[in-house]
Design a protein around this ligand. Structure first.
Ligand code: SDX
Length: 430
């Protein structure tokens, strides 16, 4: 591999240094480009542009590799609970027994919300989208914890991280309970992370939710698989907001907004709508795939394709196995899974998808699993946000401690009017 890049511009040659990552990913450092050449680069959607150096998650899209702090996500498929992975992402190593016990206790202690926050839930219309409630209530949370707005050291940061990780469950559950006119259910200090969330979602004052181990483990794994994904749209948003010096809560609240989009975290809802559309008989899987291939249709095969993965999304592989396990249970058969399998079979043999390297991504199976474990569709992207929160927190902290970090302020190429004079209103003509 060469040790520099040479750019020839207007007869001049410029040597640009290279940056090589710990997995030998090469990059050209263009941080001096404009000062030396007067040129900027242009890369809509940043498909070719690295925004930072990060040690949290590694993805190799061509090989379908995803590792959290070096550990392949396949190794989380049958084992740890989400809180271990939270600690791994935020602190950089798997927790010792003592670290885990202390952290889990902290999460249990801080699951409740200040009673003052309930009136904010009540002020939303019942039809308020849960992602809107989540985004605003994460910001509201900071008003009740002003001591966590400025994080001076690791101890304070971990305290703020624990508050957010613990309370996002309660906020999410209360958003759902409000939308369905049900009373808020307090967290149960005797239940672990995922069970406590399901308890707050589905228990009644007179009837405690009974958590099926399959359901608990499926949701635990979904949270783990969504926990981080390097510089995806929502995480890059969190880092962009963090770069201005904004606090952890508002940075994560901005991440919720970015995740809400149907091309990003909202895709799992779009997948369900697509499967339901086919299930209702309005269209065959073959017809839907053909529509998705037609640029004019504006339709996409939701849950397929990825900016980085040009082979199977490794998370989709794990989730497909979870789905097969779940639906092999008596009475758990779901016609939508058969439709998903048919769509996958058709698309994977279709030249349009093969040429563009479009494969199932994490969203293709997550929705079917969430629906089967009883999560309402309106909460699918909220669950994605709950899973992705530790990744956002870890990147926020990495951004804030990066000695080379500067406020993110991209350039542009201007294509508007040339020099134009102001004209008094009476003289203006269309
Ligand atoms: C997530 O970035 C992350 O890491 C995200 C994520 C995470 O964990 O944070 O992995 C989570 O967001 C997963 C993606 C969920 N979104 C969807 O499933 C929506 C459907 N997928 C697409 O919209 C699309 O594939 C994207 C948004 C995921 C990726 O878009 P890109 O990289 O900008 O690709 P593109 O739009 O430039 O498409 C390249 C070509 C185009 O055709 P041509 O112009 O070359 O002829 O592929 C086509 C596209 O039309 N294409 C699709 C398609 N996805 C891409 N055609 C039909 N169906 C699709 N799903």
């Amino acid at each position: 591999m060469s040790d520099k890049a040479t750019l020839t511009l207007d007869g001049e040659q410029y040597d640009l240094p290279l940056v090589i990552g710990s997995e030998d990913e090469p990059a050209i450092d263009i941080s001096s480009l404009r000062a030396r050449t007067g040129y900027i680069t242009l890369d809509p959607g940043y498909a070719n542009t690295g925004s930072c150096q990060s040690s949290i998650t590694y993805i190799d899209g061509e090989k379908g590799i995803l590792r959290y702090r070096g550990i392949p996500i396949e190794q989380f498929a049958n084992g740890p609970n989400f809180i271990e992975v939270v600690w791994l992402l935020i602190c950089g190593h798997l927790p010792t027994t003592e670290e885990y016990t202390d952290f889990a206790r902290d999460l249990t202690l801080h699951a409740n919300l200040d009673e003052g926050m309930k009136s904010h839930f009540d002020s939303f219309p019942r039809t308020a989208p849960p992602m809107a409630v989540l985004s605003s209530m994460i910001n509201t949370l900071s008003c009740f914890h002003p001591e966590l707005l400025e994080l001076e050291d690791t101890e304070q940061f971990r305290m703020a991280a624990a508050r957010l990780i613990s309370k996002i469950r309660t906020i999410a559950a209360y958003a759902y309970r409000h939308s369905t006119g049900q009373p808020y259910i307090y967290p149960d200090p005797h239940q672990r992370y995922v069970h406590n969330f399901l308890h707050m979602m589905f228990s009644q004052p007179y009837d405690q939710y009974v958590c099926d181990d399959l359901v608990r483990d499926a949701l635990n794994l979904i949270l783990i698989l969504h926990a981080d994904h390097e510089q995806n749209c929502s995480t890059s948003t969190v880092r962009m907001v963090a770069s201005s010096g904004a606090n952890l809560f508002t940075s994560c609240s901005a991440g919720v907004g970015a995740l809400w989009g149907p091309l990003h975290g909202g895709a799992n809802v779009a997948v369900m709508n697509m499967l339901e559309e086919i299930h209702k008989g309005n269209m065959t899987p073959e017809a839907y795939v053909n529509l998705a291939k037609d640029k004019e249709s504006g339709v996409r095969l939701m849950g397929f394709g990825h900016r980085v993965y040009k082979d199977f999304d490794p998370r989709a592989k794990v989730l497909r196995e979870v789905a097969e396990r779940l639906f092999s249970q008596p009475g758990k058969k779901d016609p939508l899974l058969d439709i998903a399998r048919k769509l996958e079979e058709i698309a994977l043999q279709d030249p349009y998808f093969i040429e563009r390297k479009l494969y199932p991504n994490v969203d293709f199976y997550s929705g079917i699993i969430l629906r089967t474990i009883g999560i309402p569709t309106s909460m699918f992207t909220v669950i994605f946000a709950m899973g992705r929160l530790p990744g956002w927190i870890a990147h926020w902290w990495e951004q804030r401690r990066d000695a080379n970090s500067r406020i993110s302020r991209p350039r542009q190429i201007y294509t508007g009017n040339g020099l134009t004079d102001y004209v008094e209103m009476p003289s203006r003509k269309i």
